[in-house]
Ligand binder design. Structure first.
Ligand code: CP3
Length: 354
């Protein structure tokens, strides 16, 4: 029920101007804050111009390029939050697994993790030194970003990062991942713990460098049954979120295709990102009223007409009551999205109001 009072987990200062933080703490606002997953990317001509001369990993690992592309969608659309331009797979490089992006094929892990020995061979590293370029980008972005905009840092959830490391690239149909999980659960658990240890330090370092919030992306968490998820995935998520709680920033967990995962609500995040498959009312039922929700327009809707975009956006806004709610898409914006669709979306959300 929408009219049950929310009890925000931590309070936000009375002078806080970042709408993202206010909504993440459960406040009701005139219009919700909005940002879009993959908001910096190939649908923007100014992004394509940067990419024309620089490969993707170089953009991620060069602080002024990462800062520039992070700022591009903020300048163009005035979103309420910037998300660091990077990728969940960047830590594969200091882990020693190697990473490159093949045009048309997506990410490739050069030395996939296939057995106990490979798991043990993954290097333990300090993100403060080995990913200092990413942290420098955060410092630059926070400096450029207006005070009323939040900066979101992120990582892959350990399970999702593990699927890429094990499969060696696009995890389809997850044969190797599931085989290790079923037949060598000990190695699988060691791998997830190793990734979680790194993630905790990496996320702490991002917050220390100026990130106002953290999001964990669990793109493949939904391939598990609820009981597998509870046994394998939930403990590492809980460990990460518990460790980060004392830093007092909103912690968002986004799992794609997770409708069947009842135990997701136990992950310990303060904001839950929703894909488009679940209504806001269903999500309130699952997650309760003392967390914020983020989502969940189907990105394909931005490939339709103005009336359809407005109608479906309005339906989400009405259902959310703008309380403890951050507007987003249900997954990343598609590369063929017209700029004008995003303008229509912003106009519908803000309706002339900021
Ligand atoms: O949201 C943002 O704007 C911040 C930057 C960001 C990127 N990737 C940039 C990117 C974030 C948060 C991610 C997360 C990410 N990366 C996820 C989790 C979220 C999701 O989409 O499910 C995953 C699974 C990845 C791994 C990844 N990176 C894949 C599978 C691909 C190739 C597919 C594709 O979309 O091209 C990437 C490349 C990538 N990451 C691009 C961008 C802008 C495209 C690179 C290019 O310019 O060619």
């Amino acid at each position: 029920m929408l009219d049950i009072a929310m009890a925000p987990r931590n309070s936000v200062s009375a002078t806080e101007t970042k709408k993202f933080l206010r909504a993440a703490h459960g406040e009701t606002l005139d219009t919700p804050p909005v940002w879009l997953m993959r908001q910096a990317g190939r649908y923007l001509p100014e992004y394509l111009a940067v990419r024309a001369n620089n490969d993707f990993i170089k953009v991620c690992r060069t602080p002024d390029l990462a800062c520039e592309v992070t700022m591009q969608p903020i300048r163009r659309f005035g979103f309420d939050a910037a998300i660091l331009f990077s990728d969940i797979l960047i830590p594969a490089i200091p882990f020693g697994a190697g990473l490159h992006f093949d045009a048309g094929h997506g990410p490739v892990i050069d030395r996939p993790v296939r057995d106990r020995r490979d798991v043990e061979d993954l290097r333990e590293f300090d993100p403060r030194t080995e990913l200092s370029d990413v942290l420098d980008a955060i410092k630059m972005i926070r400096h450029e970003l207006a005070d009323d905009k939040a900066l979101i840092g992120f990582a892959g959830a350990p399970f999702t990062l593990a699927t890429y490391l094990i499969e060696g690239g696009k995890p389809d149909p997850f044969k190797r991942t599931k085989r290790m999980m079923y037949s060598d659960p000990q190695s699988f658990t060691i791998l997830l713990d190793k990734i979680a240890d790194m993630t905790i330090e990496y996320m702490k370092a991002m917050i220390e460098s100026g990130a106002d919030s953290i999001q964990l992306f669990d793109t493949w968490g939904g391939i598990l049954t609820d009981s597998e998820y509870r046994a394998v995935n939930l403990p590492v998520l809980q460990r990460i979120f518990t460790e980060l709680q004392s830093l007092n920033v909103p912690l968002t967990y986004f799992v794609l295709n997770g409708m069947h995962l009842e135990s997701v609500a136990e992950a310990g995040a303060s904001v839950y990102g929703l894909d488009w498959r679940m209504t806001i009312a269903q999500a309130r039922h699952r997650f309760g009223h003392d967390v914020a929700l983020q989502g969940n327009l189907d990105p394909v809707l931005l490939l339709t007409d103005e009336h359809t975009i407005r109608t479906r956006t309005r339906a989400i806004l009405d259902e959310s009551g703008n309380r403890g709610f951050i507007f987003n898409l249900g997954h990343g914006i598609l590369p063929d999205t017209p700029i004008q669709s995003v303008e229509i979306l912003m106009d519908e959300i803000r309706g002339g109001k900021k």
